[in-house]
Design a protein around this ligand. Structure first.
Ligand SMILES: *[C@@H]1O[C@H](CO)[C@@H](O)[C@H](O)[C@H]1NC(C)=O
Ligand SMILES: *[C@@H]1O[C@H](CO)[C@@H](O)[C@H](O)[C@H]1NC(C)=O
Ligand SMILES: *[C@@H]1O[C@H](CO)[C@@H](O)[C@H](O)[C@H]1NC(C)=O
Ligand SMILES: *[C@@H]1O[C@H](CO)[C@@H](O)[C@H](O)[C@H]1NC(C)=O
Ligand SMILES: *[C@@H]1O[C@H](CO)[C@@H](O)[C@H](O)[C@H]1NC(C)=O
Ligand SMILES: *[C@@H]1O[C@H](CO)[C@@H](O)[C@H](O)[C@H]1NC(C)=O
Ligand SMILES: *[C@@H]1O[C@H](CO)[C@@H](O)[C@H](O)[C@H]1NC(C)=O
Ligand SMILES: [Zn+2]
Length: 507
């Protein structure tokens, strides 16, 4: 809760205020002490504004602020630019490289098909045996692994074995770059390539379709998750909450594995990863369905989700709906199936994407409110939250954090200059929030650091320092789906990493 000016004022300050108001009587100049007091009050309201810092942290904070100031004064300020153009600049920023080393806690909003750089998909996965490709009517690609010539699919060329294609050409660079560009939105001239939200969302959905046959091949599915965990761990993220479609996967002999296989696969891979990387804390899965389905279809999905939740309580965190909100069905349309778990008296925590829109007053624009009415544990994006004061107050009262994904919102054209991101308002008033990266691989980012950079440098403003970073990292554990006991454990591991980070980066 923000402290009101009176509550937050000590007796001594009050006295000082009274005295200085009196002293200022008759003078036209505003009282500098009063001004100072207001500035301090406001600063204490921002994310991290009340975090008590050690001497070492104070020193680090000064370094951070100096670095930030330098970036802000540069003629090319990365958060003001499109991420695709800013990325090389960010990459060279010493502040970014410091943030990469920072223990960031958890990434609570990332999607199953967007964890690993698409170069790995092309250079590693499409070079495996039995990989076929076809070219769609609208210049995209589809892949499938098969031990024999697969049956053609609508609107796509004959399947051709990539091994055969590559054997026929001396230089595979152009082919591979073409495949890579089908799997990502990353491009040199984003403004020309993606003139509006419709175009960028269509291409965004295409990238998932293109990756589908690669990632859902059972052996690749496991490798992909393992590689994803590696990317986040290397970026000093110790915990992941994965929005996962839990697709059926397929084997080379055509066998289809169900959702239970998929969730078990996540669990097995995770166990192996943690065994090899002892300081990685873990991961949990939020089962997702596309909001394009209808209410009776969702009823079936919810029933399955309840079963999965019962069978895999350790790894399964809950349920969410994904896909473009503006063209999908609003949450309220799904009110009956979504009430099912509560009616049955079973637990299925929700983690709804909501308010990923800039259209005000539509049915979809009520999604954040409806998400809260359905007891959502967090709000994915919440881009529209600041336009709903009652809803915003409710989310604060309920302690429901917003998952802010700056690069995603920029690439998908909700905001162009990240200084204008509405999370700047949320951060200035210390609204509960975490920073996440949504679909880093599709946006040409990786892990979490690029989004941390955009949030810290572009959104949080110059007055935010080490306290802000510390609170953001702690929030990622506090607002996770972990049990209170696990949170305590994760926090103490994080604290050790943080203390080490602070000491190692003092001037
Ligand atoms: C960013 O820097 C890393 C090395 O620190 C390098 O491997 C990578 O290619 C760079 N990427 C860009 C886009 O400059
Ligand atoms: C292959 O083609 C790419 C681009 O067309 C070129 O940059 C590269 O040098 C070529 N590689 C070889 C080995 O010829
Ligand atoms: C997809 O890949 C094909 C083949 O390399 C290429 O011709 C096409 O331009 C690519 N499409 C996109 C959108 O990158
Ligand atoms: C591809 O990735 C797998 C595991 O993810 C790894 O074992 C293998 O060495 C990689 N292959 C190549 C050619 O990079
Ligand atoms: C198909 O392949 C999978 C994975 O290798 C194997 O477990 C399964 O028994 C095979 N099924 C048949 C019918 O051959
Ligand atoms: C929901 O969609 C399914 C599959 O497309 C269809 O069979 C069913 O009739 C639809 N139900 C309603 C109530 O629209
Ligand atoms: C939300 O939580 C409240 C309080 O625990 C409960 O009374 C209500 O039934 C829940 N609503 C739904 C839709 O789950
Ligand atoms: Zn998302």
């Amino acid at each position: 809760m923000p402290v009101s000016p009176v509550e937050g004022t000590s007796m001594a300050t009050k006295l000082l205020l009274v005295l200085s108001c009196w002293a200022a009587l008759g003078s036209a100049m505003p009282d500098p002490n009063y001004r100072e007091y207001l500035i301090k009050t406001e600063k204490s309201q921002q994310t991290g504004g009340r975090v008590l810092l050690t001497n070492a942290e104070e020193q680090l904070s000064e370094v951070l602020q100096k670095m930030k100031q330098e970036e802000m004064e540069s003629s090319e300020f990365p958060p003001a630019m499109h991420f695709f153009k800013a990325k090389p600049l960010i990459n060279h920023s010493s502040l970014f490289n410091l943030l990469r080393k920072m223990p960031k806690g958890g990434a609570l909003h990332v999607h199953d098909f967007a964890l690993v750089d698409v170069e790995w998909l092309v250079k590693n996965v499409t070079y495996r045996q039995h990989c076929y490709v076809c070219f769609t009517d609208d210049q995209s690609v589809r892949f499938i692994f098969s031990s024999h010539q697969p049956k053609p699919i609508p609107h796509c060329s004959e399947w051709i074995l990539l091994e055969t294609v590559r054997a026929k050409i001396d230089n595979t660079t152009d082919l591979d770059n073409g495949l890579i560009s089908n799997l990502t939105l990353y491009t040199d001239n984003p403004e020309a390539a993606y003139p509006n939200q419709d175009v960028v969302w269509k291409r965004f959905e295409e990238t998932f379709l293109a990756a589908w046959g690669l990632v859902t091949y059972a052996p690749v599915f496991k490798d992909y998750f393992f590689e994803g965990l590696k990317r986040f761990n290397a970026d000093n993220v110790m915990y992941l909450e994965l929005r996962a479609l839990l697709p059926q996967t397929y084997e080379l002999n055509g066998t289809i594995n169900d959702r239970f296989w998929t969730l078990r696969a996540y669990q097995e891979v995770l166990t192996q990863f943690v065994a090899e990387h002892s300081d990685f804390f873990g991961a949990r899965v939020i089962f997702t369905a596309n909001r394009g389905i209808n209410a009776s279809q969702l009823k079936e999905v919810i029933e399955e989700a309840v079963k999965l939740q019962r069978e895999f309580p350790e790894i399964m965190a809950g349920f969410d709906l994904v896909g473009r909100e503006d063209t999908g069905r609003p949450l309220w349309y799904f009110k009956e199936p979504l009430s099912l778990p509560e009616q049955l008296g079973v637990s299925l925590p929700y983690f709804f994407h909501a308010g990923e829109t800039d259209t005000q007053g539509t049915d979809v624009d009520q999604n954040i409110l409806d998400a809260l009415l359905f007891n959502t544990s967090r709000i994915g994006h919440g881009f529209a939250l600041v336009r709903h004061p009652t809803t915003k107050a409710l989310s604060r009262k309920m302690g429901v954090a917003v998952e802010v994904c700056p690069i995603s919102n920029q690439v998908l054209k909700l905001v162009s200059d990240l200084r204008d991101h509405p999370a700047a308002v949320l951060m200035s008033e210390g609204h509960p929030l975490v920073i996440s990266s949504d679909d880093p691989a599709i946006f040409g980012a990786s892990g979490l650091s690029y989004d941390f950079y955009e949030a810290f440098v572009g959104i949080a403003g110059l007055t935010s320092g080490a306290g802000t970073l510390k609170e953001l990292a702690i929030n990622s554990i506090r607002y996770s789906s972990l049990s209170p006991q696990q949170k305590e454990e994760a926090l103490s591991i994080w604290q050790k990493k943080w203390d080490k980070f602070v000491v190692e980066n003092l001037p």
